[in-house]
Design a binder for this molecule. Structure first.
Ligand code: AMP
Length: 221
């Protein structure tokens, strides 16, 4: 299923890891480098909630609790997104799949061409809680951290001037639930891919530039 050689002109890369592992930051960098879209189901769902679509209205309270949005809703949303023309040369997937059922749906959609790489970004739980509790985001999704990456404009976004806030599901009680959900439902997905081929492990502790370097090393190996 996983094609380790890949196709030089196509990149389909999956980033797995706990919430707060830095997947979003790394996914954005990979997407820029390879010229493919960064597809983050969390961002798509937050947009749907903000736009009050049917999907958003169904997902809102589930996301606020830190639980997973039902598979059928997320799978339909994701498969439709990757069928868009801009995803033809590939994509960097971030936050999907989060369950075995989602992983199976993705592999039957991609068929024998499969994925080019599955990267697992690993970070210990106390560091995750530290990162997430200090994370501040603007309504457009630009992400900062009170100590690791403070905005030059204080409580406002450097990019668009909007006020920064703690994402409601980044509150400590919700984070603990998101981690429990991750352990019970998403960790098994790592085994799913390990059995199907290879999972590239990267230690996600450290400076984002160093972690980008490690990701490029494992992709090139
Ligand atoms: P994230 O921004 O990836 O941390 O996602 C935020 C929230 O969106 C999660 O806590 C879930 O409630 C929901 N979500 C994102 N991706 C998925 C997915 N693949 N399956 C189910 N729920 C998801």
């Amino acid at each position: 299923m996983i094609d380790p050689l890949g196709n030089a002109s196509r990149r389909r890369i999956l980033l797995l890891g706990p919430p707060g592992a830095g997947k979003g930051t790394q996914a954005k960098r990979l997407a820029r480098k390879f010229g493919v879209p960064h597809i983050a189901t969390g961002d798509m769902l937050r947009s749907a909630v903000a736009a009050k679509t049917d999907l958003g209205n169904r997902a809102a309270s589930i996301m606020a609790r830190g639980d997973l949005v039902p598979d059928d809703l997320v799978i339909d949303m994701l498969l439709e997104r990757i069928s868009n023309a801009d995803a033809a040369p590939g994509f960097i997937l971030d936050g999907f799949p989060r369950t075995d059922a989602q992983a199976e749906a993705l592999s039957s959609e991609l068929g024998s061409e499969g994925l080019d790489a599955v990267i697992f970004v690993d970070v210990a739980e106390d560091e995750i809680v530290r990162r997430i509790s200090g994370r501040r985001t603007c309504p457009a999704g630009h992400v900062y951290h009170v100590t690791d990456k403070p905005s030059r404009d204080g409580d406002y976004c450097e990019v668009d001037g909007n006020e920064l806030a703690l994402r409601p599901d980044d509150a400590e009680g919700v984070v603990r639930n998101r981690l429990a959900v991750y352990r019970s439902q998403t960790e098994p997905v790592i085994d799913f891919y390990a059995k199907a081929g290879s999972v590239l492990h990267v230690n996600g502790l450290g400076d984002p530039n160093e972690i980008s370097g490690l990701i490029h090393e494992v992709l090139a190996a």
